[in-house]
Every structure is written in C-alpha cells, then in structure tokens.
Design a protein. Structure first.
Ligand SMILES: Cc1cc2nc3c(=O)[nH]c(=O)nc-3n(C[C@H](O)[C@H](O)[C@H](O)COP(=O)(O)O)c2cc1C
Length: 330
C-alpha cells in the first residue's frame, strides 16, 4: 500500500504532518514525532511583532528588554516572553535540519508587508524546506474594507513567495467572503498551497471582574466539519496543495479530510493530548481503512468526495441549509 503524497512539491512518505506548535522547539520531541511516522513538521510561528521589536531595539542601540516595546504595543507579549526569539528560531531550524530526515517547514506569522519578511530568506538560508505564512489578522477598524484587507494579504504573500525559491503556503482564516476565490488569488500571488484553516482562540468574559480572559482550548473532531466543506469546495479548482488543519483526531477524520481533497492533514491538539506515538495509531488506522475499502494509493482517496465528485453536491450548498432547517418540527 502506498501512502506517499506530494505537498508543496515536497515528496512525503504519508499525509500526516505536525502542524505549527511548540513541539519543534525541542529537537528531541521533533525526533520522536519523526520516529512515530510524521512525514513533515511545521515549527511554531515567528511573529511579525517579534521581529519588529528586535529591529526597533537594534536601531535605537538599546538592550532588548521587557520595556523596549511597551508603548503602543503593550497588549503584545514582551520581547522576552516570546518562545524562540528570531536568532534562536534560526538556530533551532538549523538544528532540526541537521537532525531530521523529514522536511522542516518554518512558520512566519504576520499580515502586512514589512521588514519581518526578510525572515523568509533567512528561513531559506537556514535550510527550511518550505515556509508557512500565517496571515492571522483581526480587523477591528470599521473603516477598513474586506477588499483592502485581502489586497494587503496578497501583497504579503507575493513579497514572501518572490523572495525565496522554496515553496510558500498560506494558512488561511475561515472568515473570508469567498474562500475559493481568495485561494485562487493566493495561488496567483505565488503561493504553492493553502492550509485550511487557522484556529481562532476566542477570549471569554469574566462577569465578576469584568475582564476579558484569553483561553486556549484544544480542538475536537467537530471542528473538522468546516474544513471538510471548504476543502471539498476548493479542491476541484485549486492548482496547489491543500492541508487540513483543525479537528483531526481520529483515523476517520484523516480519511474524511483526504476524501474532501486534502493532500496532507496537520495535527496538533491530538498529539498534545496523546503524545507523538499516536501517529502510529493513525497511520495503522489509515492503512486498515484503505485496505478494507480497496484503495492502494492515497491519490485514489484524495478528492473522491469533493464538490465535483460527491454523489450529492447540493449537500454542500444552500439547498442543504434549507433542507436541514426545514427538517425540525416541534
Ligand atoms: C499550543 C499551541 C501552539 C500553537 N502555535 C501556533 C503557531 O505558532 N503558529 C500557528 O500558525 N499555529 C499555531 N497553533 C495552531 C495549530 O497549528 C493548529 O492550526 C490548530 O491547533 C488546529 O489544529 P488542531 O485541531 O490539530 O489542534 C498552535 C496551537 C496550539 C494548541
């Protein structure tokens, strides 16, 4: 049975990759993931604000300290609170490349073109096999239109993709009016693939203290459904690679994401819950499912239920929304 797949032009031994997370801060845990069968790994993100803070400190010839970026950006973590400052990030990337045989993908996280994008080149020089660009942005300015936001994102993608020879993918938010169209625009700007989707961490309210509380909850399989829908819609039109990220916890989830059209699935929460060895369970489950259903190659599975090929395309569309609402009786 052949589980090999191609993602961003990289040849992978199977479709399971480790999504951006703290796992690769430590070469030992990255090695354990490779050992358990991970086909590639994505490092945690290096943030635009981290690089900006470091550059400001250099310009002003001051020591990078907890106070160096206090004004105007005080909601952001202090420079010293970020894990892996920029130079350490590059060193860790080199370490991972020296120790592992699987591809290592660096992650850059920002939304406007700027000095931080030099790091695309630095990632390439440090040996990254690809770059994942996370365009996370929360637009709170009512003057800013969706078109303007997307235009800035496309400019960012174009700057990164044209600065390097290695492939660049884009981790997208689910909140675009027309994700299929935007994916095509992203590919037009030079990206070799998209990751669907970024996961937002919704703050909660504390109604006693009247405070907003940030919180990080790990995902569960219910989050996969949104990814399945958009992978299914996007995959017939996309020329690039597609990664599912968010809510992949069981073998069935892996199979569903591939059927929807994903080239790879990214895993984070499930590995934080069960540890790297859980990859072996998922891979065994995938092999078992393929053999039970008569598939010999992962290419035969990919996209078999996308919008063009599924027996009931209306299930993805407005018709189904109406059917579901009409089905309730009280
Ligand atoms: C502890 C933690 C750290 C993360 N750090 C990053 C990051 O630095 N950059 C990024 O793009 N995503 C980051 N993510 C998001 C994951 O890459 C992934 O998109 C998200 O967890 C959904 O996948 P999952 O359902 O498999 O967890 C992080 C997630 C967790 C839980």
């Amino acid at each position: 049975m052949n589980l090999s797949t191609e993602y961003l032009g990289l040849k992978l031994k199977n479709p399971l990759i480790v999504g951006a997370s703290p796992f690769c801060d430590n070469t030992h845990s990255a090695f354990a993931l490779q050992d358990a069968g991970a086909a590639a790994i994505v490092m945690r993100s290096l943030f635009e604000e981290q690089v900006d803070a470091e550059q400001k400190a250099l310009v002003h010839h001051v020591e990078i300290s907890a106070n160096s970026n206090a004004e105007g950006t005080s909601y952001f973590p202090n420079f010293d609170d970020y894990q892996l400052p920029p130079d350490q990030y590059l060193r860790q990337l080199e370490n991972l490349k020296a120790s592992l045989t699987i591809p290592v993908i660096g992650s850059l996280n920002g939304c406007r073109p700027g000095g931080w994008m030099d790091y695309a080149k630095r990632f390439e020089s440090a040996g990254a096999d690809a770059i994942e660009l996370n365009l996370y942005q929360l637009v709170t300015d009512p003057e800013l239109s969706g078109d303007e936001v997307e235009a800035a994102m496309l400019e960012t993608v174009h700057s990164a993709a044209s600065a390097v020879k290695i492939p660049v993918s884009v981790k997208l938010s689910m909140f675009h009016t027309s994700p299929a169209n935007f994916t095509q625009a992203i590919e037009g700007a030079g990206a070799k693939g998209v990751v669907l989707f970024n996961r937002f961490y919704q703050p909660d309210f504390n109604i006693e203290e009247l405070e907003v509380r940030p919180q990080l909850k790990l995902s569960d399989s219910s989050e996969l459904l949104l990814r399945l829908r958009w992978l299914s819609i996007i995959s017939p039109h996309s020329r690039g690679s597609l990664a599912a990220s968010g809510g992949v916890h069981q073998t069935e989830d892996v199979v569903k994401a591939l059927l929807a059209g994903a080239h790879v699935v990214q895993l984070v929460s499930v590995l934080l819950k069960h540890g790297p060895r859980y990859l072996t369970t998922l891979l065994a489950g995938l092999r078992h499912w393929m053999s039970e259903h008569g598939y010999e190659h992962i290419d035969q599975v990919r996209g078999a239920m996308n919008l063009k090929r599924c027996p009931d395309p209306a299930a993805f569309e407005r018709a189904n929304y109406q059917r579901i609402l009409q089905s309730w009786r009280v």
